[in-house]
Write a protein of this length. Structure first.
Length: 317
């Protein structure tokens, strides 16, 4: 352990005025403790990324920076979402830090795990994932949907670390690898494992939110899951293709059956079965068009090459 490497903590913030002062206090205590033990350079920083907050989040970040230069800030020009705000912070820190640790502002991520992550870094790991050991603080619905999300992602062939969100350490080399990905629809949990450098895991118990409200309601969670699946897996398209082949095979059997019944002179049930068939096939077609359209929409957005974020201000001495 050299103790000379620079660590940047990167914390995306959206309307976090209720929790930010306490978050800053706890992170400062952690950094001071690591300074005293010689784990990291005193040039290390705590970087808050303001993701277009509508409250006093940025004013608090400015005040923190004035009070102590260890606090730095990045202000995005408008709200761009958690993943883009996190990427903005990581890419800004990449130029100065030897390693970065991303974590949420709500103090649900256990800050005591930071030491273990840094130790894993000094052991030669470029990426260290913070993985939840349990979901005791989650409601039944939250636990069920979260575990279902990871299982579906794995079933779809997406390489993802189970029970890992965005609490992770990345070396400068890993960040340079991340910078080569030109994704517009960001899903960092799926992108980071693709970088491929040596990695390890530390486990922790996630706390209840210290203050404020969750920034991930059900609607955003579903959109996030959709982005994750459609950005990293083509299995939904293949599944639709399989259904199409199956339906086509059944239609051939029904055609053969109809011909046999016709030549035998028997009455064939008509209207009911026809309507059911039309609705079934029509529904399958609409579903297929929707899935294909989702992928086409992703390609459409990628070709625009719009910036994932625009930084308005950087506070970093």
């Amino acid at each position: 352990m050299t103790g000379n490497d620079i660590l940047y903590l990167v914390i995306p913030c959206y309307n976090e005025e209720a929790v930010l002062p306490e978050t800053a206090r706890q992170l400062l205590e952690k950094m001071n403790s690591m300074f005293e033990r010689g784990m990291i350079s005193r040039e290390s920083r705590i970087m808050f990324v303001n993701d277009g907050s509508k409250d006093k989040t940025w004013e608090i970040i400015e005040e923190l920076h004035r009070s102590n230069p260890i606090y730095s800030g990045v202000k995005l020009s408008r709200n761009k979402g958690h993943q883009n705000a996190l990427l903005a912070g990581l890419m800004t820190a990449k130029e100065k830090a030897d390693m970065t640790i991303s974590l949420d502002a709500d103090l649900q991520d256990d800050v005591d795990v930071i030491d273990k992550m840094v130790e894993k870094y000094y052991e030669g790991n470029d990426v260290v994932y913070g993985v939840r050991s349990a979901r005791k603080t989650d409601t039944f619905f939250k636990k069920f949907t979260a575990q279902g999300f990871y299982k579906i992602m794995q079933a779809m062939g997406v390489e993802i670390v189970y029970n890992h969100a965005d609490y992770r350490l990345m070396s400068r080399r890993a960040l340079e690898g991340l910078a080569q990905f030109k994704e517009v629809n960001l899903f960092l949990r799926g992108i980071v494992p693709l970088i491929g450098y040596r990695s390890d895991v530390v486990t922790y118990e996630r706390h209840e939110r210290f203050a404020g409200e969750s920034k991930y309601p059900l609607k955003k969670m579903l959109a996030f899951a959709t982005d994750g699946i459609t950005s990293f897996s083509i299995k939904p398209i293949r599944l639709i293709t399989t259904f199409g082949i199956l339906i086509f095979g059944i239609s051939l059997l029904m055609l053969l059956y109809s011909l046999i019944v016709h030549f035998m002179g028997k009455t064939v049930a008509g209207w009911t079965s026809m309507i059911i068939s039309i609705w079934a096939i029509g529904g399958l077609q609409l579903l297929a068009i929707g899935v294909v359209g989702e992928y086409i929409g992703k390609i459409y957005l990628e070709t625009k090459e719009r910036p994932k974020y625009i930084i308005e201000t950087v506070l970093d001495d």
